[in-house]
Structure formats: C-alpha cells, structure tokens
Design a protein around this ligand. Structure first.
Ligand SMILES: *Cc1c(COP(=O)(O)O)cnc(C)c1O
Length: 467
C-alpha cells in the first residue's frame, strides 16, 4: 500500500456511518421534520459523494459541518414539490412557461369546495340518475357568449383537434396561407390538421387571401371553412383577409360549416380599453360562425381548457366523437370555469375579480407606484445608486394581443459585485424563485405582474442575492 492509499483509507475510516449520522442531534432534527425515507436517502447520497471524492483524490479532508449542510440541502430539495409557486417579475401577464392565468381566491374556493368531497359531476340531482358533466358550465357560457351551445375540453389545441376530426375526417378543410400559425412550438395548424385526419387545403398567399380563393377551392371533398386567429404575430402592409361575415355568407350559400379558432378568446369588448384589434367571442358568435374555439387560460383568465361554442347541431356531433372522452376535463377545471364565467356576467365585476384582467388593465400610475415602493424598500437594504425605477413596455404574452404595447414600470438593478446574469440566476434559485428579465445589462423587476404582498419578499431576496 502506498502512502497515498493509506491516507485515503484513513480518511475513509473517519467517515461516519449512515446510522451514526441519523443518531446525531442533526439527524434527530431531520427525522423530526421530514419523512424517514427522504432523510435516509439524502444521508446516503451525500456520504456516497464524499466517499467518491476521497477515492478520486479530489477531497483531502472530511468537514463534518459541510457534510451536514449538504445533507440538509438535499433533504429540503427532495422534500419540496417540483411544481410550486414562483414570483413573476417579467411583466408578462400570460406567460405560458409560468402557468398562464393566475386564478382568483373566489375561483379557487370553488375548486376546493367541489373537489374536497363528492360532487354531482355526472349526477342529475333532480332526476336522481346519471347526468352529464357539461351541463354545469353550459348555461353560463351561453349567456356570456350568446352561443346556442357550449362544450369544454382539455385545452384549445384539443378543441381544434376534436372539431376537425368530427367535421372533416378524411375531407378537406380550407384555410388561408396567412393563418397557418404556430403557437409555442407544439401547436401548428398543419400538424393538428394532420393529427385529426383532416386534409389541409391552403388558399391565398401569406399576405393576401380573397373570398374567391376560398370559393374557387370548394369541391365536393370540402368539409369546412376554417379561420385561425393569427394570435402571436401580425401581418401588416399590403394585406387583405376575408372578414368573418363574408366567410359565413359563403358557408351558408354552399352549405359548409365555418369554424374560427379564436386562440385567446376575449369575452370583453376591449374597445373600451383602446384595443380595436381583438374581437370578442360574442361578436364572432354573433357573426354566425358555426363553431368557435378558444383557450380558457389566456385573456379569459380561467383554468386551462378549450372552450367550443356554436351551433347546437355541431356541438352535439362533437360530444358523440370517442375523442371527446379522451379530451374531457375534470371536476376541478369545471368548478374553476363555472366560477370564472359567473364573474363575466357583469363586465365590471370580471375586471375587478379576474387577475389576468386586473394585471392587464391596471392604470400605469398604479404600476409605477408599486415599482417605487419596491425601489424604496430596496434602497433601505442595498446601496441605492444601483437601483432605479424605469418606464418600459410589456406584452400580454401567451400569443394574445401581439401588437399591443402596455406601458409599464420596472425596478432596474445594476449589480456592481456580481454580474447581472449571476443576479438573475440567484433570484431564480431562491425560495420562492423570482423570475426577472434582463435588458441592457440591467435586471428588470416589472411591477405589472408583482403583487403588493410580494414586495417585502422580493426586496429581501434581491438584497441577499447582491450581498
Ligand atoms: C393559443 C392558441 C392555441 C392553443 O391553445 P391552448 O389552449 O394552449 O391549447 C390554438 N390556436 C390559437 C390560434 C391559439 O392562439
């Protein structure tokens, strides 16, 4: 045995056993606070790593305190949920990566009320026999959209898939080339079309599609005229597309259903907020479109879901498709939707209650005042010259209102001891994680998506990350 080997052996022999560590005062504390399996596994993992480092020659001593700290970190990370709350300081209200729409307490209370016990999910209380899960939301959706009938599936992608598969399986669907959109990488109109077994018949060009492009393409193989909201992009300049009303007229004349994938699905008339580019669901339904689909968790501000509204005879066909069962929503979603749609019975009530609408349509002055409060808190904790409030632009996100620039205010921080990327990383690694954005080598904390309640937490996290 070489001297080296002997040293290694000696070092290994000083390592405590799993049992010893569990019986130590720290061990007792861990076991009191966490599940035994997690504690034992963490102790084993850390000891194995120390042993490996000693054998590979990268560790020359054994630091009991450091090992304890490592075990402690392991236990906490193993015991914490993977999916958890984060602070969204990006200013993007509908951030698909951050879970899209935030739900209000009132909506969540209904979810808890319905799912913490049994419910009449598929039970007709009047008749005392089996009922349908879709009756719970149908009346309210009809009321707020003006549609004849309504049906909810798992998300809007599922809604489009179900409609195409039901109405156009092995037959043609006519779509403008300007509307073959991709949303967030995985939803692409041609791909969903293929997956539904409908045949895509593209017409027109990227910038211009005329009514005659549609009518010229109609054959006895045509099943549907489809319009898709461009959602996350705009075509400007020398452009033309066919208004919904004209497409509906052609559909009527040729006896073809017209469907509109509206994407975001706004239930409010946004003209009151100076936004003229986004039609409300009611308007589209009123124009006579046979089937309209939209997301539950974009501008609507509800849970994830795909809402299909339109003519009763088509909705009934959808419900009979076996795919409807595969794409159905659960009771938590239905409970959240019922509470969401209830809020929309009164527009003012919706704006006051739905967090997405509140965050989007709050006055810039309110955002500014929250940014100033955050900056003032920070200036008490860190050297004040590195942080100030700036005016900026934020987007709605989630493929909604792409051309609208919302005035916003953010606290801008330029760290002098660490890089701005390191500051961003430290905030993201915190508990709760804070997601910020970087612009012009400064970290921006956008007050649009930060609540007043989160201000002390954010200030403390930034101060400790800078220190
Ligand atoms: C967002 C969007 C979808 C996908 O909706 P999900 O609810 O995310 O599945 C489909 N079509 C359009 C036009 C969209 O904007």
């Amino acid at each position: 045995m070489t001297l080296e080997d002997r040293k290694t052996q000696q070092l290994l022999s000083t390592l405590p056993s799993v049992d010893e560590l569990l019986k130590s005062p720290e061990g007792a504390e861990w076991l009191a606070g966490y599940h035994r399996k997690i504690v034992v596994q963490s102790v084993r993992d850390v000891l194995a790593l120390v042993r490996k480092n000693i054998l590979s020659g990268s560790t020359f001593d054994f630091d009991r305190a450091a090992v304890s700290a490592d075990i402690d970190r392991q236990i906490r990370s193993k015991a914490s949920f993977s999916l958890r709350q984060v602070i969204n300081a990006t200013g993007i209200v509908l951030h698909t990566n951050l879970g899209r729409a935030v739900l209000s307490d009132r909506i969540l209370q209904n979810v808890i009320a319905v799912s913490s016990g049994f419910s009449n999910l598929e039970y007709d209380l009047d008749a005392g026999r089996r009922g349908k899960r879709h009756v719970h939301t149908r009346r309210l959706i009809r009321e707020v959209t003006g549609a004849e009938d309504a049906f909810i599936v798992n998300n809007n992608a599922a809604a489009v898939l179900l409609c195409l598969n039901t109405l156009a399986k092995d037959r043609q669907v006519i779509v403008s080339r300007g509307e073959l959109v991709e949303i967030g990488g995985s939803f692409r109109v041609p791909d969903v079309m293929a997956a539904s077994n409908a045949l895509l018949r593209e017409v027109g060009t990227t910038n211009k599609t005329h009514l005659r492009d549609y009518t010229d393409a109609v054959t006895d193989q045509t099943a549907l005229l489809l319009k898709v909201h461009q959602s996350n992009y705009c075509i400007t300049g020398f452009t033309e597309d066919v208004p919904v009303s004209e497409l509906v007229a052609v559909g009527k004349r040729l006896d073809l259903p017209v469907m509109y994938d509206l994407g975001s699905g706004c239930l409010l008339d946004l003209r009151a907020y100076g936004i003229h580019s986004e039609p409300s669901v009611r308007e589209i339904v009123g124009a006579g479109v046979d089937l309209v689909t939209f997301s539950g968790d974009k501008l609507l501000g509800g849970p994830q879901g795909g809402i299909i509204v339109g003519k009763k005879r088509y909705i009934e066909q959808l419900q009979k498709n076996p795919l409807a069962r595969a794409l159905r929503v659960d009771k938590m979603t239905i409970a959240a939707f019922e509470a969401t749609f209830l809020a929309y019975l009164d527009e003012r009530h919706a704006i006051a209650e739905i967090p997405v609408l509140q965050m989007l349509f709050q006055q810039p002055e309110e955002i500014r005042s929250r940014a100033i409060k955050l900056a003032n808190r920070l200036k008490r904790l860190v050297s004040p010259q590195h942080c100030n409030v700036i005016k900026d632009i934020s987007k709605a996100g989630g493929g909604s209102l792409p051309e609208i620039e919302f005035t916003t205010y953010a606290v801008s921080i330029r760290p002098d001891q660490i890089s701005v990327n390191e500051l961003e990383r430290r905030l993201r690694a915190g508990t709760p994680p804070i997601i910020a954005r970087i612009k012009d080598n400064a970290l921006l904390l956008d007050a649009r998506t930060i609540s007043s309640r989160e201000l002390p937490l954010i200030a403390a996290a930034v101060a400790s990350s800078l220190g």
